[in-house]
Write a protein that binds this ligand. Structure first.
Ligand code: PGU
Length: 425
């Protein structure tokens, strides 16, 4: 009886391509069901993980009677903003020292991207943003709704399951001068394929020569680095990884800051601190001068105020507590290493299981790709088959979250992939 409703003519909207996978998974009564859709870390027991260091930080916050629940400023927690800028640009960043960086606390990675995009739509002279093909499914929606016009650049080559570097250079070379370019800072989602540092340097030179404005999305900082170290066989480095080498996966961003040019960076603490639901993130805009940075910050406040007024206090306080205490910071990196170790081990176990089954095709990308996801190369039909017959849930582009796997579930997944490839190949 909705005919009398003023909304009666609405059509039912489809579920989100990523978050909707969890909705479908939750409805499935099968005891063997497996959710490899959303990029969220799970323990070997398949449970969500709250880091010990996060629990400890929360305890400190709760016990501190001087803490109140007043509104934060529009730009968020000052300490959190400073520490976030340091984490991505480096403690000794000349841009930070010269006060050329405007940083505002936002609602995780998504909110940071959205605030950055709204700011650009109001104040930047070029409204076209180039995003990689493929990319995180929410990117085009965030940018379009903010008022930018979205175009794509080639990024991934399905034939080699690697970077289409030539295509990338051609497309950015042909881009409208001054356009905005969205770059994944590390651990590209969904492909797990990143440019090498040499390739980043070429991208930087090309972009600077055309006046293209870099907008970095950094949703996986640190997680990616640890994984990369282990896959690169440089495990001995792990021992020293709390002493500054953690900076390596922010390297592409820092290259673009070191040349003195401008850029934007959206940071998320969802994955690297496991603070998914706390919605903690930061948007930084690196400017040429302190004077410009101050004006940029004042305008960011005008973007934020009518959207949500000011950001929430709890998650940012957790992050600031951990980042400013060297002991807690070190503990954080140790816990990160444990998460990364488990993801690496899942990559190896899945690769071995497919090899043992003689599954047709080259599956070495499972151990080569970086970060939380494997971009399997399975097509939509094969994915649908695996969901129907094996109750395995993943995004229809064939991406699986390795962090959702465990030693117990690897054989089930390998059976499903084997069946999908041999029957639907
Ligand atoms: N940017 C990229 C590249 C991402 O992968 C994600 C999360 C975000 C930004 C946004 O993260 P926040 O939670 O807002 O900090 N992508 C995950 C999580 C699920 C989703 O789609 O939001 C994913 O599974 O792709």
């Amino acid at each position: 009886m909705d005919s009398g409703s003023v909304f009666a003519s609405l059509v039912q909207a489809p579920e989100d391509p990523i978050l909707g996978v969890t909705v479908a998974y939750n409805k499935d009564p099968s005891p063997n069901k497996l959710n490899l859709g959303v990029g969220a870390y799970r323990t070997e027991e398949g449970k969500p993980l709250v880091l010990d260091v996060v629990r400890r930080a929360e305890q400190l916050l709760v016990n501190d009677q001087s803490r109140v629940k007043e509104y934060l400023p529009i730009v968020g927690l000052a300490d959190f903003n400073k520490l976030s800028a340091k984490l991505i640009f480096g403690a000794d960043s000349p841009a930070i020292q010269a006060n050329r960086v405007a940083t505002v606390q936002c609602l995780s990675g998504t909110g940071s991207l959205r605030v950055g995009a709204e700011f650009l739509a109001r104040h930047y002279h070029q409204l076209t943003i180039y995003i990689p093909q493929p990319t995180w499914g929410n990117h085009p929606k965030v940018f379009t709704l903010a008022g930018l016009s979205v175009k794509t650049y080639r990024y991934y080559d399905p034939a080699t399951r690697g970077l289409n570097f030539q295509g990338l250079l051609e497309d950015l070379g042909a881009a409208t001068s001054g356009a905005i370019v969205l770059l994944h800072a590390c651990a590209h989602n969904p492909t797990g394929v990143d440019p090498t540092l040499e390739q980043w340097e070429q991208i930087r030179q090309l972009m600077r020569s055309k006046g293209l404005l870099p907008f970095f999305d950094s949703a996986y900082q640190v997680v990616a680095l640890v994984v990369w170290w282990i896959t690169g066989g440089q495990i001995e480095n792990m021992l020293g990884f709390a002493s500054g080498s953690l900076d390596a996966d922010a390297q592409p961003v820092r290259m673009f800051v070191a040349d003195g040019g401008e850029c934007l960076a959206a940071q998320s603490y969802a994955k690297n601190m496991g603070l998914y639901g706390e919605r903690v993130g930061a948007l930084s805009i690196v400017c040429k001068t302190a004077d410009v940075a101050s004006k940029v910050e004042s305008q960011l406040k005008l973007v934020i105020r009518p959207m949500y007024s000011n950001p929430p206090i709890h998650g940012a306080s957790i992050v600031a507590t951990i980042l400013k205490d060297s002991k807690m910071y070190d503990e954080w990196t140790v816990e990160l290493k444990a998460m990364a170790d488990r993801i690496i081990s899942m990559r190896k176990q899945l690769f071995d299981a497919l090899s043992a089954r003689g599954t047709p095709g080259d599956w070495s990308h499972i151990i080569k790709q970086i970060g939380m996801f494997t971009f399997t190369g399975l097509n939509g039909e094969q994915v649908a088959f695996m969901t129907k017959e094996y109750h395995i849930y993943m995004t229809s582009d064939g991406r699986i979250s390795m962090a959702g796997l465990s030693s117990k579930t690897v054989p089930h997944l390998a059976d499903a992939i084997h069946a999908a490839v041999t029957r639907m190949g």
